[in-house]
Design a protein around this ligand. Structure first.
Ligand SMILES: [Zn+2]
Length: 272
């Protein structure tokens, strides 16, 4: 089943999208190579209840392909289009650009700290990488410890460049202190300094403090801010998280104890 192009979850996508941000249709069973390094499966929504097909802003895809080429490392798209129910379940901002397929989160799969620290510096200083992304049409930049957020919003933000506004939030308390030295993405030798093949639980935990606390680390906060949501989508299967696993066991034990106490009281009452 393919949904009508300009409706997602029975809610119309704002009309201006059609003008400002042409969208690629991404389908669950599709196998097209949408960009040189990103196929349809990689881009397809991580929402459990995602429709058979959804839309993803071409601007965001051009942007992540640019970063992929520039840094020469694979990027995992940890969150693209997000359904309303999924967004709600992870405590997402109601205005999240993920809801309309205008945003994506990407995680470098190699040299992650180096790439993100370099990216962070480029964005904060409006360096060449920032300028290129801006030229592509990115107007929302989110910097996290373990991934980055890009979106093609059209309603600006608190920052400005070349007379145009954009949104920026930096939740990378860890990266802020990460010295990327003379790291040059075009230098393959330097790039081999640090290699991380895949995100790990440790990385996931590391990302949390900057996102749920430490407000002073935030350069941007306000309506455009993507909320405390992205880390929840930073792993494809949150169920695999050991933290969630142990919390579930703890809750199960507590509920069991409560039930036993209630049963014991009922039995005592019955004897009286
Ligand atoms: Zn995001």
């Amino acid at each position: 089943m393919s949904l009508s192009p300009f409706w997602i979850n029975d809610k119309p996508i704002p009309v201006q999208k059609k003008v400002n941000s042409p969208v690629a249709e991404i389908c669950k069973t599709g196998n097209r190579q949408i960009r040189p390094n990103f196929n349809e499966t990689e881009i397809y929504s991580r929402s459990p209840d995602a429709p058979e097909c959804h839309f993803q802003s071409d601007i965001t895809l051009d942007a992540i392909q640019y970063l992929r080429t520039y840094y020469g490392v694979p990027f995992s798209l940890t969150s693209t289009f997000r359904t309303i129910s999924h967004n709600n379940s992870v405590g997402g901002a109601s205005s999240s650009k993920h809801l309309t397929g205008d945003a994506l989160d990407g995680q470098p799969m190699q040299n992650r700290n180096l790439v993100l620290a370099h990216f962070r510096n480029e964005i904060l200083t409006q360096g060449p990488v920032f300028q290129k992304l801006f030229e592509i049409g990115i107007r929302g930049f989110g910097i996290y410890n373990t991934f980055l957020h890009l979106d093609s919003r059209t309603n600006g933000g608190s920052k400005s460049y070349n007379g145009q506004t954009y949104a920026l939030w930096d939740k990378s308390s860890y990266l802020a202190n990460f010295d990327f030295g003379n790291y040059d993405p075009s230098n393959a030798v330097a790039a081999s300094i640090q290699t991380e093949s895949s995100p790990s639980f440790t990385d996931y935990v590391l990302g949390i403090p900057a996102e749920i606390g430490n407000a002073t680390e935030q350069i941007f906060s306000g309506n455009d801010e993507d909320g405390y949501t992205a880390y929840s989508n930073n792993i494809k299967n949150p169920e695999n998280s050991m933290l969630v696993f142990w919390l579930r066991i703890l809750v199960t034990i507590l509920i069991s104890i409560a039930i036993i106490i209630v049963i014991q009281k009922l039995i005592k009452r019955g004897r009286k």
